[in-house]
Design a protein around this ligand. Structure first.
Ligand SMILES: [Mn+2]
Length: 379
């Protein structure tokens, strides 16, 4: 049985009431009798996860090594640490939350320890119940390069095998956030694959393409806290003859739009107190004068309360823009860099700055200036 999953975002909510939620999925997956796990990227929420988070991931991956599997390794087009083949192999790509341009990322370091196998424009072939399973993977690349990298790699399905391709990109119309770039279209995806598994998009989707399916398992915890997050169940796919979606036990999440403080209280009063507090996100219209602190204190036993109000002052407008579009601080940083610097490769530049990679920043800027001056001379 194959287990297809993505976007655990381990470390999400660290230091908050929700800090253990990201680990629910690990326990559930350990209780499944899968033979092979295929992962679509964003195992971690950050590029340099805390040791508290890294050790949970290592513990989970090493537990998989104690488990029995029917899967047999046949070949891989790169050299692999054989330790990673013990127990249930965990085949992964890295996502945008992990990619560090010229530096080793946490997925690569787990691969060095033999805890998983990372694919980047590579494939690995197994045998399971007399059937060949070829797993191809392209780790995240900045969106503007996605199409070129995929075209250049040009993955070919292995004849006579079940072929599965792992990617972690925006694929029109499936785009993580409205401000992100999207360069890949469904029609750009290579043909002949039984399943193409795309991480990155945090809500579940199954899209028929040609003879196969484009699967988006979605994240295993809500991270964007949008209305959609409150409506779509979190889980993973199991492929055992047929394809099934398994839900993960979750903290409940309510999303409510209100106009007055009476409506807020009415809604909160209608909810029972639960042992595991639900997330309660309340979007407030035309209510800038409400003292939400009082409501928060009064109802904090009901749940983890998140208020989002629509306020019209200029400064607050920027802040609510971030909230409304569900941008992370990093995404907002990229947006600002793009707007203010007119620098083409803002994502890359910001990654390098965050990674403290001054050599990388220097190289990127030099390349960009050289390109610019060449363009000017060409004119
Ligand atoms: Mn993600």
């Amino acid at each position: 049985m194959l287990l297809l999953t993505s976007d655990f975002h381990l470390g999400y909510g660290y230091g908050t009431e929700r800090e253990n939620d990201c680990f629910f999925v690990l326990k559930e997956i350990l209780n499944q009798n899968s033979d092979l796990i295929l992962f679509g990227g964003d195992l971690f929420d950050s590029r340099v996860p805390r040791l508290e988070i890294l050790s949970e991931a290592m513990h989970f991956l090493s537990k998989l090594k104690e488990k029995k599997t029917e899967v047999k390794f046949l070949e891989c087009d790169k050299e692999i640490n054989r330790r990673a083949l013990h127990g249930i192999p965990f085949i992964s790509i890295y996502g945008n939350h992990e990619r560090r341009a010229n530096l080793i990322n946490p997925i690569q370091s787990l691969e060095k320890a033999g805890l998983l196998i990372n694919l980047h424009c590579q494939k690995i072939v197994f045998e399971l119940n007399n059937e060949k399973i070829a797993v191809h993977g392209m780790s995240y690349v900045p969106e503007k390069y996605a199409k070129d990298v995929l075209t250049e790699w040009n993955p070919k399905p292995v004849a006579g095998a079940k072929n599965i391709l792992l990617v972690h990109q925006n694929i029109e119309p499936f785009v993580y956030s409205p401000l992100e770039d999207v360069y890949l279209k469904i029609s750009d995806l290579p043909e002949g694959f039984d399943f193409i598994i795309n991480g990155h998009v945090h809500w579940k989707n199954i899209v028929p393409i040609g003879q196969g399916k484009l699967l988006m398992p979605g994240s295993t915890i809500p991270t964007q806290l949008t209305k959609k997050d409150s409506e779509i169940k979190k889980g993973y796919f199991i492929l055992d003859g047929e394809l099934k979606f398994k839900e993960i036990r979750q903290r409940e999440f309510f999303y409510k739009t209100v106009k007055t403080s009476e409506e807020i209280e009415e809604f909160l009063n209608s909810l029972e107190e639960k042992e595991i507090k639900p997330i309660i996100k309340i979007k407030i219209k035309n209510a800038s004068s409400l003292d939400l602190g009082i409501i928060e204190r009064k109802y904090r036993n009901k749940g983890i309360l998140i208020f989002q109000r629509e306020i019209e002052t200029n400064f607050e407008k920027q802040k609510t823009e971030i909230l409304r579009k569900q941008l992370t601080a990093e995404e907002y940083g990229v947006k600002l860099l793009k707007e203010k610097s007119k620098f083409g490769d803002a994502d890359e530049l910001l990654n390098l700055i965050i990674d403290d990679d001054s050599g990388g920043v220097e190289n990127l800027l030099r390349d960009s200036f050289e390109k610019d001056s060449k363009n000017t001379t060409d004119l």
